[in-house]
Design a protein around this ligand. Sequence first.
Ligand SMILES: O=C(O)CCC(=O)C(=O)O
Length: 267
Amino acid sequence: MNTEQHLAEIEQQGFTIIPDVIELDLVERLNSALLEIETQQSITPGDNVFEGHHTIRIYNLLAQHEIFQQIPTHHVLLPIVEGVLDEGCLVSSLSSISIDPGEIAQPIHVDDTLYNFPRPHQPLVCNAMWALTDFTEENGATRIIPGSHQRPSKPDYSNEYETISAAMTKGSLLIWNGSLWHGGGANKSLERRVGIAMNYCAGYLRQQENQQLGIPLETAATFSPRLLQLTGFGTYKGLVGHINKQSPVQVLFDRNDGFVNVWDKIG
Ligand SMILES: O=C(O)CCC(=O)C(=O)O
């Protein structure tokens, strides 16, 4: 399937799966980096139903290791996300979700719930799950309700819903409209299920993780121009986020990266 076909699927059913798209060498290096961070920082599971009691989550990955810089700009993923949102889309959050054996199913939810617009609405959030292990119904593959992105209501956290499992092989991507009803699955297997949640939002919304304060400036200075834009060090359409008619990259790093203030463009 090409980009257009994936976009059509997301529009119709709220999600698409791209099998075996991430190079396995990269998958292994991501897995090693996550394990190293977890061990070095003694990261333990969260303490609520949403994050899970047997799930290791590592947040703010772009601040943790340079290997994660390859994720937001992925050459197959990003054009699809740009097609759902637009080219001014932002990294909303980048975190890992490792579901360990014994974890129960996460409540069904939508990822754009806090942007409280009447549903259904234009896409505000587009998220991708990177499968760093096989995802199966048994080990906690993401549960989804096809077509639910069009529903006028949001799910009730305390209800159970009929879902399907987004089973996929290691190295695959699940991409969904943030209005889709979904949640992590229960892990009834003996092995950990590892995913990276690469979440994007429209460029005119506030990002879930504060990238500009959460990523050290000396780290951001090493980012490609596109990654700087995606993390919010640029502006949306030459205006939103400007500082005295300059882009943040100009103010912080004394570089222009093609920025033209929208009013100056008009002439
Ligand atoms: O881990 C998963 O499969 C989904 C997790 C999720 O939807 C979330 O934490 O928002």
